[in-house]
Design a binder for this molecule. Structure first.
Ligand code: CO8
Length: 260
């Protein structure tokens, strides 16, 4: 055990970042938000890292929200700063040039669901519960929840979760499109690491191109998005990995991608 707000370990090319405040259900205080921002900056630039897995310590929670004790006494300008601190960190996650998988091992509430939604993929334990309970505190989502839930699951789901504050179980989160997969809690780590390993073996520059296209495409008109995709597609022909991938297919062997 350690008092550090995060645990960071590497398993081959997969970096595992664990929010480490299990006695507070991994609630996000300022120190944890800043540590996450720094950890994702580092993962972005470390050439040995190809995929990031984000999770929470302990058996109960991914992240149970922003730290309510820290928020309780804030003045309006401080509340805005706290919101921006989290929002900027989560934008860093969302725009990371490498895939980020949220391993949702329990409660993902408020800022916890917002953090999970800023990741590119979400695998949830069948015991997980997700929601935007800010309304119960007289608050609204403040780390992008109203915006990302709307885009991820649509207007009806975003309105239901944010207006009622009621959490939904993993099966309903899957049906609503909030998570990609639900697996038995006992299999969560193995299933997540298998997916992470698969992505770690994929062509890094092509993964980055896909992340860029989908991030940009979510924010522009279809015509611009299609132009952007064509430009990115053309760029792939400058990569050694594209030559390797097509040559390996034609030679009926497995490709070995280097990220060049
Ligand atoms: N913040 C601070 N501490 C928390 C939080 C939290 N979000 N969640 C749990 N804890 C603490 C508890 O206070 C408790 O601490 P202690 O043992 O010292 O009393 C410990 O974690 C264990 O929690 P419980 O005893 O409550 O555990 P239960 O199993 O009984 O309940 C729940 C689990 C249902 C998850 C319950 O803890 C809960 O409802 N937590 C709060 C969930 C919530 O409302 N989250 C949203 C917070 S608001 C938010 O995220 C806004 C994001 C945008 C911020 C924008 C900035 C302005």
């Amino acid at each position: 055990m350690t008092d550090a707000p995060l645990l960071v370990t590497d398993r081959d090319a997969v970096r595992v970042i664990t929010v480490n405040r299990p006695d507070k259900l991994n609630a996000l205080d300022s120190a944890t938000l800043d540590a996450l921002h720094a950890a994702f900056d580092d993962a972005a630039t470390d050439p040995a890292v190809r995929v990031v897995v984000l999770t929470g310590a302990g058996p109960k929670a991914f992240v149970a929200g922003a730290d309510i004790a820290e928020m309780a006494g804030l003045r309006p300008a401080e509340g805005r700063d706290f919101s921006l601190r989290g929002t900027r960190m989560m934008r860093r996650v969302e725009t990371l040039p490498k895939p980020v998988i949220a391993m949702v091992n329990g409660y993902a509430l408020g800022g916890g669901l917002e953090l999970a939604m800023s990741c590119h993929l979400r695998i949830a334990a069948d015991t997980a519960k997700v929601g935007q309970p800010e309304i119960n505190l007289g608050l609204i989502p403040g780390f992008g929840g109203s915006q990302r839930l709307l885009r991820l699951a649509g207007r009806a789901a975003a309105l239901e979760l944010c207006l009622t504050g009621a959490p939904v179980d993993a099966a309903r989160a899957l049906a609503l499109g909030i998570v990609n997969r639900v697996v038995p809690a006992a299999d969560l780590e193995a299933e997540t690491m298998a997916l992470a390993g698969q992505l770690a073996n994929a062509a890094p520059l092509a993964l980055r191109g896909i992340l860029d296209c989908i991030n940009i495409g979510g924010e522009c008109a279809i015509g611009e998005g299609l132009e952007y995709e064509s430009a990115q597609f053309g760029l792939m022909f400058a990569t050694e990995d594209m030559r390797e991938g097509t040559a390996a297919f034609l030679a009926r062997r497995k490709p070995a991608f280097t990220g060049r």
